[in-house]
Each structure stands twice: as structure tokens, then as C-alpha cells.
Design a protein around this ligand. Structure first.
Ligand SMILES: [Zn+2]
Length: 268
């Protein structure tokens, strides 16, 4: 498995709750995590999920949590606004697919469809993702398209690597993971973040090789890395790319912070 962040995300607690804090006319949604053994309140702004988590003692009171979060409202606002601007899947947004920029072009239509087109602009090629559907469905259509493409690319890459080793993976699934790019279960199923389809192809290929190598070595031993590098010669380049650009892939498809907190408040 390859984690997005060096630090492990804490185990999620079953008791989930949220509260809102206000700062300069804006409302920010904070999710509460009660943790047995926690001695104090701790606030975290997570870049990948663009959300705020308040960890608190299991017996801490809601009013104490609210006071604490409100006291740090300015800090929360500053941290959220310092995150890279989200780029929603909307008409006019530019998103990377296999490392190349694509302009999302929406056409109003009752019958849905999505296709990639390239046009020559001067000396260079400009790529477009043409989405036909009702406007409200654009984010969903684009997200579904990327997940399909991710699954297709990852299945092909996994097949390619397992073939070298003379076996097959049990199952390949894609999800919107926030703490890992990929993981491998003891039963031989491989799971990946669909966001890898936005990265250059050598990065996705490396992740597939990394998880396939775990089917042989369930650890990060020297033997594991030797096999990974043998399958994916671009291993080191891909690791460097992920460290530099990996987290930024989470900005794509995210809605702006204010509308996010507003919509979360509504669905509570
Ligand atoms: Zn690993």
C-alpha cells in the first residue's frame, strides 16, 4: 500500500457529529470525532478532503467543543482559504487526464454523452472533454467518466504486470480514497484511487506495479522494492511526482469551500 501522507489517518470513530462555526459572515462545517483516551481538543484541516476535523475526548461536552471550534474560527478560515483553489468539474474548468490538460466543454442535451476531442491551436494540440447533458449533471458525468477510465487503465496495467509474474489479480476496484493511492488485501484484491487517471501514465503504471508487487511481498522490504522497480522502471520518478503533485489531485472535482460547507449544513 502507498499512503498519500506520511502520517497515518487516525481510525475513524463511530460517533460522528458536526457543528458549524461562523467567521466574517461565512459558515464552516467542522466534523467531530470522539476519541477514547483523547485528553484535549485538537483541530485539523485536511487538504485531501478539504474538511475540518475536531478530535475531542469521548466524554467532552458539545458546548465545550463549540466554544473551542469558535475560538479557532479565524484559524480554520485561514487554513481553508490557503488550500489550492478547488477546480470543480464544470464547463470551462481545465482538468488533467493522463497528465494532459483537458478543457471541459458542456453542451446542453437531453441525451447524455461524453467524449475527448483534440483540436490544433497554432502549433499545439488542445484537448477538450465534451460533455452533453443537463448542466446540473456535468460534475457527475465527468466524475463517472474519470472513474471508468481509471478502472480501464488500472486493470490493463495490473494485467500487464501480473502477466510478467505468471499469475492474475483477483479483483481491481477504484474508489475515492483519501489516505492511500492503492492497497492490496490478503485475498489478492487490489484497490486504487480513481484520481490516478489524472496523473501522467507512468505514475498510474507505477502504482499498479507497487500493488502487484505486494501480491508477492506483503511488506516494503528490499525484495519488494527490487520487484517493483523491475516491473516499473519509473518507480523513483513516479514517487517524486506523487510527493510533489499528488495531494493537488484532490482539488479537482471539489466544489468551492463556501458552497461545500453550505451544502453540508443542509444535508445534516
Ligand atoms: Zn505499499
Amino acid at each position: 500500500m502507498l499512503r498519500l501522507f506520511r502520517r497515518d489517518t487516525p481510525p475513524s470513530s463511530p460517533a460522528h457529529d458536526r457543528l458549524d462555526v461562523a467567521h466574517e459572515g461565512r459558515t464552516y462545517s467542522v466534523s467531530l470525532k470522539r476519541v477514547t483516551g483523547a485528553r484535549r481538543f485538537t483541530l485539523r484541516v485536511r487538504a485531501a478532503t478539504r474538511d475540518v476535523v475536531l478530535t475531542m475526548p469521548s466524554r467532552g461536552s458539545m458546548s465545550a467543543a463549540r466554544d473551542f471550534a469558535q475560538r479557532y474560527a479565524a484559524w480554520i478560515a485561514a487554513r481553508l482559504h490557503r488550500l489550492p483553489q478547488p477546480i470543480p468539474f464544470r464547463n470551462g474548468s481545465i482538468i488533467p487526464i493522463r497528465g494532459d490538460d483537458h478543457l471541459i466543454v458542456h453542451t446542453e442535451a437531453t441525451r447524455g454523452g461524453i467524449e475527448v476531442n483534440a483540436i490544433k491551436v497554432g502549433d499545439s494540440m488542445s484537448r477538450m472533454l465534451q460533455v452533453s447533458c443537463g448542466e446540473d449533471y456535468v460534475p457527475r458525468r465527468v466524475g463517472d467518466y474519470l472513474k471508468r477510465e481509471a478502472k480501464h487503465d488500472l486493470e490493463a496495467a495490473v494485467r500487464h504486470h501480473t502477466k510478467q509474474l505468471g499469475f492474475a489479480a483477483r479483483r481491481v476496484t477504484v474508489r475515492d480514497t483519501t489516505s492511500r493511492w492503492g492497497s492490496c488485501s490478503a485475498s489478492g484484491s487490489l484497490n486504487f484511487s480513481w484520481r490516478l487517471v489524472m496523473a501522467p501514465a507512468f505514475v498510474l503504471d507505477y502504482l499498479a506495479a507497487h500493488e502487484v508487487a505486494h501480491l508477492v511481498h506483503m511488506n516494503h522490504s528490499d525484495k519488494f522494492w527490487e520487484l517493483t522497480r523491475q516491473l516499473a522502471p519509473s518507480t523513483d520518478r513516479a514517487e517524486t511526482w506523487l510527493k510533489a503533485h499528488g495531494t493537488a489531485l484532490h482539488r479537482f472535482g471539489a466544489e468551492p469551500t463556501e458552497s461545500l460547507s453550505a451544502s453540508r449544513t443542509k444535508v445534516r
